[in-house]
Structures are given as C-alpha cells and as structure tokens.
Write a protein that binds this ligand. Structure first.
Ligand code: NAI
Length: 250
C-alpha cells in the first residue's frame, strides 16, 4: 500500500517486529518513510529490520517498554542514529488474561505497566521535541475491548480504556503546539494474539461482527496511515474503530 507520500519522515513504531506493528512498519516504508521499530528484544528487532531494508531506512531497537529509563535511553539512541522522530505509533501491547477472581496482582500490574505505562514512557520523552518543532503525530493502538469490555480481560480492557482517556487528554494538551494524538481501536484482527483463541470462541466472535469476518493487520495499518497523513491534520483526540462494525460510536 503506498497511498501516501511520507518521504523525509521518521516514524517510531513500538512492537513493530511482528503482527499488526510489523504491518504498520511495512506500510510506512512503502510510503517512503524511514522507520525505527522496537520490540522486547533488541537483537530480534534488528534482525527483523535487516530483512525489511537498509540501515538508512529501517532499524530495529529493543527494551522492555514498561521500563521508563530504558525507553528514554533507547529513544536517545534512535534520535542519534536516525534523527528527529515525526510520528510515534504506540502499538506494543500484551495480554495476561484471567477471570477477575483468579487474576493475580502481577497479571494486573504487568498489563497496565506495559500497555498504558509503555505509551506514557514514549510520549513523555517525545512530547518535548514535538512541542519544540511545533509538529508531530501520535497514534495509540487501543482495542475494542477497551470500549465494550470483555470477560477474562479486566486488566487488558482497563489498560486499553485508559489509553483512550490518555489519548484525549494528551490531545488537548498538545493541540496548541500543532501535535495531534489519536487512537485506533482494532476489533478482532488475525494475528498470533487471536490465533491462540479456540475455534468455539472464534466462531462466537465472528457472529458478533456485522461484517462477519476477522480483520487483517492491513486494515489497522490503513487507519494509522490515514491519521498520519496531511489530510488528517484537523483530526485529534479521536478513536477510530477498525472492527467490522462491532462498535458504532455516536
Ligand atoms: P503481537 O503479540 O503479535 O505483538 C505485540 C508486540 O508488542 C510485539 O512486537 C512485542 O515485542 C511487543 N511487546 C509486548 N510487550 C512488550 C514489552 N514489555 N516491551 C516491549 N515490547 C513489547 O500483538 P498484535 O496482535 O500485533 O497487537 C498489536 C497491538 O494491537 C497491541 O497493542 C494489541 O493490544 C492491539 N490489538 C490487537 C488486536 C488483535 O486482534 N490482534 C485487537 C485489538 C488490539
């Protein structure tokens, strides 16, 4: 997909070494952007980046995004090696599902620390340079379950609902500096995360999707690219659902 021309732009995509994040990275590269992709493991991310293009256009980095100091160090390295970041896509996330009565404190806090704390750690560092140059785009990948809830995912849906409030408040704070902050809320997308579901769960899920099928990573990328494009300059603080019609907001 090369609908847009992002030549000269540098994008930082967290969780860009696989799944939805990897598709976002490939789509950005196809539109001429340069990309810093991150994952948990620096070597694996670097290897993935090397498969995608030369070091001039794409490089891989890694650390635990729940660790604020490690994130700050990693962003410093990215800016030194690749230059100023224009687009931040907070895509990395994980699940640790359990029924609430069985959910351990560690399962609760880890999911909040990675999914919500991770976005905080990246925005905390990049908001300043974005404000200084009076330009920047932030897209946070939330989830349909942050909007409608899901049994067995109290921790995950809290983190994703939190990310929606985070997006709206940050959008208001950064708007005077010409920075937009939006969220994309995928429904059920075919990835490793959803491959792990049982056939029974997948069938009942499909029945709840008006369009009748699971989405693809490229459906999410298309929404992200639009929000990064010049045509979306007047859109901020929004949650764009990519969910086959599962949730329709007024
Ligand atoms: P995935 O499990 O395939 O990839 C997750 C990525 O996040 C990986 O690159 C992983 O390295 C990174 N990551 C996880 N924990 C990390 C940590 N502590 N530090 C650094 N990196 C870490 O997931 P998928 O399916 O591609 O999901 C991407 C995003 O989309 C996630 O935020 C997920 O919550 C969200 N989402 C996915 C849906 C789906 O149906 N697959 C539906 C709705 C939202």
């Amino acid at each position: 997909m090369s609908t847009y021309d992002f030549t000269g732009r540098l994008a930082l995509v967290t969780g860009g070494n696989r799944g939805i994040g990897l598709d976002i990275v490939k789509s950005l590269l196809a539109c001429g952007a340069r990309v810093a992709l991150t994952g948990s493991d620096p070597e694996r991310s670097a290897a993935r980046a090397a498969e995608l293009g030369s070091e001039d256009t794409v490089r891989g980095y890694g650390c635990d995004i729940a660790d604020g100091e490690a994130v700050a160090e990693m962003i410093k390295q990215i800016r030194e090696e690749m230059g100023e970041v224009d687009f931040l896509i907070n895509n990395a996330g994980l699940t640790k599902d359990n029924l609430f009565m069985r959910m351990k404190a560690e399962e609760w806090s880890r999911v909040i620390d990675v999914n919500l704390g991770g976005a905080y750690n990246f925005c905390r560092v990049l908001a300043r340079p974005f404000m200084k140059k009076r330009e920047g785009r932030i897209v946070n990948i939330t989830s349909v379950v942050g909007q409608i809830g899901n049994a067995g995912q109290v921790n995950y849906s809290a983190s994703k609902a939190g990310l929606i409030g985070f997006t709206k408040s940050l959008a208001k704070e950064l708007a005077p500096r010409n920075i937009t902050v939006n969220a994309v809320a995928p429904g059920f997308i075919k990835t490793d995360m959803t491959d792990a579901l049982s056939d029974e769960v997948r069938e009942s899920l499909q029945a709840s999707i008006p369009l009748g099928y699971l989405g693809e990573a490229e459906d999410v990328s298309a929404a992200v690219l639009f929000l990064l494009s010049p045509g979306a300059r007047y859109i901020s603080g929004q949650v764009l659902g990519v969910n086959g019609g599962m949730v329709m907001q007024g």
